[in-house]
Design a protein around this ligand. Structure first.
Ligand SMILES: [Zn+2]
Length: 394
């Protein structure tokens, strides 16, 4: 048995499945829709405090649900590895925790209280075994993740206040590949108006602009923009895009409409600035308003920046080494189809972040589940990654 295998076996033995499961159930049992995460954050803080961890509660611009922060240090120099998760769940009816055939179910089981519980268990086994011989682990848990109720504001505040490690592990439900690249995302809503009064179609002044024709022209121009965007392509993340999901206008069939609105998304590749994407979109609307003699207003909502993970960075090496030690092989690289907190760590501070959590499903539905055996695997993997990653002196 080589040293890595021996450390791995030692950590695996220290994982307490029941303790991990109880933590996940306790977190799921406290409803925590986005923006309303105060009670679950208090529950988590009490739980960690009662186990002897020193817990910080920075408000991070969201005083009704201060974040939960624990720094566990080896006392020796080395890197800091951060375990980060969101405690909020999407706004759907609350489902209490239950265990069904090896799976834990309930609100947030998949997204992402099961993953947070696994990260907490990793922290405990590092403490119980004394296996972390250099550096530190920083645990952060927060609210305001799920759009459109939250836009990551509390995490952004934590990052700007310095609650960051040298690299981050994010236990969101994704376990079959290593996400290397993903697109950034914004949503937009445009309202196209004309100045005149509502009027019967036969009474309309001959030169009066048509808002519906302007809306149709917007779709045509966005289609041309999409063709240009398709020329850019990333082998993993795909192409940037502009998408129209809704087009509404008019009140009754023979009234000349005063306004219409369209709503959709824009996505961009790593390396493109979100400000540039917004500028180009607004410029297209300004030109359209001039050409159609309408007034066009836009609500632009930035969701998250694009994501990229350098494959040769130390955290990836440590993580893949831990995967290989535990499962016999590294994870294959792949895309990140959704945006998550890793996009914020990358976009705001260029901190390498790996999204990897227990096998799970039903996220953003009332039928969430997480695989209990896989929570145990992730607790073990996180602890082993910390041992490998933190030991390298900076
Ligand atoms: Zn999530």
């Amino acid at each position: 048995m080589n040293t890595n295998t021996r450390i791995s076996a030692y950590l695996r033995q220290a994982v307490q499945r029941q303790r991990l499961l109880d933590t996940a159930r306790q977190l799921i049992a406290v409803p925590s829709r986005t923006g309303e995460g105060g009670a679950v954050a208090d529950r988590l803080a009490d739980l960690l405090h009662n186990e002897g961890f020193t817990v910080e509660r920075p408000a991070a611009d969201h005083p009704t649900a201060p974040a939960v922060v624990v720094r566990f240090t080896s006392g020796k120099p080395g890197r800091t590895l951060q375990f980060n998760g969101h405690l909020d769940t999407v706004h759907l009816p609350f489902v209490p925790p239950a265990i069904v055939e090896g799976r834990l179910t309930g609100s947030g089981a998949a997204d992402m209280k099961g993953g947070i519980a696994a990260a907490i268990e990793a922290l405990r086994i590092l403490r119980d075994t004394g296996a972390l011989t250099a550096g530190a682990v920083l645990l952060t848990a927060h609210d305001l993740h799920e759009a459109p109720w939250g836009l990551g504001q509390q995490l952004n505040a934590l990052i700007s206040e310095g609650y960051v490690g040298d690299a981050v592990l994010l236990p969101e439900p994704l376990c079959d590949h290593l996400p290397i690249a993903g697109r950034g995302n914004a949503t937009w809503k445009t309202i196209i108006r004309r100045a005149g009064e509502p009027v019967h179609e036969v009474m309309r002044p001959p030169e009066e602009p048509s808002v519906l024709a302007a809306g149709a022209e917007l779709i045509v121009r966005l289609g041309r923009l999409q063709e240009r965007l398709s020329a850019q392509s990333d082998p993993l993340a795909g192409s940037p895009s502009v998408f129209v999901g809704q087009f509404h206008g008019g009140e009754i069939y023979n009234q000349y409409p005063q306004q219409c609105w369209l709503e959709g998304t824009c996505r961009w590749l790593p390396g493109t600035s979100p400000a540039e994407v917004e500028y180009d979109f607004r410029a297209l609307l300004t030109e359209l308003a001039r050409d159609t003699r309408t007034r066009i207003d836009v609500e632009w909502t930035f969701i998250r920046d694009a994501f990229y993970l350098e494959p040769n960075t130390p955290i990836v090496q440590a993580f893949q080494q831990a995967c290989t030690t535990i499962s016999g092989q590294p994870l294959p690289p792949g895309p990140k189809l959704f945006v998550d907190d890793g996009n914020s760590f990358y976009g705001l501070k260029n901190i390498p972040t790996i999204t990897h959590g227990p096998r799970a499903g039903g996220q953003h539905t009332v039928k969430e589940w997480v695989d209990i055996d896989d929570m145990v695997r992730v607790a073990h993997l996180y602890a082993l990654t910390a041992v490998f990653y933190c030991q390298e002196p900076q």
